[in-house]
Design a binder for this molecule. Structure first.
Ligand code: SF4
Length: 234
């Protein structure tokens, strides 16, 4: 959706973009949230967060839940071309009244005010991500609610860091405020986008790049300097 060229370079030609440091704090909050809901998965217990937000749900229990949450397996479907399409969810809840599955995506940030998915930035790609997961689960035959949830945790910066423990030691603590964002997904666009992505993936031409990408702008300017003989790459 963002850039056919980068998709083709990464997936067809296996040329990865420059790496950046892993988002280890976000990985940690994801793991803590996963532990939180795993602790009551398979029980009838209501999590206080669900009670607070008026949700009558449970953490969905399924033999493949860990596979669906694992980055390199995820929920999978095979396109008519034979290409494997997959995506890993953060969690799946289930409506206790209707039995519908509810896709849940954990997000973490540290910012002033409450996070939103409607104020530009990454919001549109978060919505697409949710709708692709909903589509993938429907492809696998599950009944999925259009309503998904972004469980956003926001690291607070307006307090001190250390807690004094009873044994006299100290423990660093970062507190997070939770914002639960309900999103009504519509996966109508996904099938067409997957068809276009597969066509791009199997094509024998490197496609056009997307617009406004800082990396390609940077690389093109470097290339112009090299062609002018002003920059020599070693
Ligand atoms: S425009 Fe950006 S996303 Fe597209 S090929 Fe260039 S670096 Fe990749």
């Amino acid at each position: 959706m963002r850039c056919p060229r980068c998709f083709y370079l990464q997936r067809t030609l296996k040329i990865s973009p420059p790496s950046f440091p892993p988002l280890t704090l976000a990985i940690a909050t994801d793991a803590l949230l996963k532990n939180e809901f795993d602790a009551i998965r398979g029980t009838d217990e209501m999590h206080p967060l669900w009670v607070e937000h008026g949700l009558n749900v449970r953490a969905f229990e399924h033999p493949d839940i860990d596979k669906w949450r694992h980055n390199f397996t995820g929920m999978q479907t095979t396109h008519k071309s034979g290409v494997l399409i997959y995506g890993a969810v953060d969690d799946v809840w289930q409506d206790r009244d209707t039995g519908e599955l509810i896709i849940v995506d954990y997000k973490s940030t540290s910012k002033q005010g409450d996070p939103s998915i409607d104020e530009g930035g990454w919001g549109d790609s978060y919505k697409r991500q949710m709708e692709i997961y909903q589509w993938l689960f429907r492809q696998a035959g599950h009944t999925v609610s259009n309503t998904g949830y972004f469980l956003y945790v926001n690291g607070l910066k307006d307090r001190v860091f250390y807690d004094r423990l009873e044994d006299g030691s100290i423990d660093g603590v970062m507190r997070f405020k939770t914002t639960m964002i309900a999103y009504e997904g519509n996966d109508d666009w996904v099938e067409g986008a997957v068809d276009r992505a597969v066509e791009c993936f199997l094509g024998d031409q490197i496609p056009e790049s997307g617009e406004g990408c800082e990396l390609c702008t940077h690389m093109n300017k470097r290339m112009e300097l090299m062609l002018d003989g002003l920059l020599r790459d070693t």
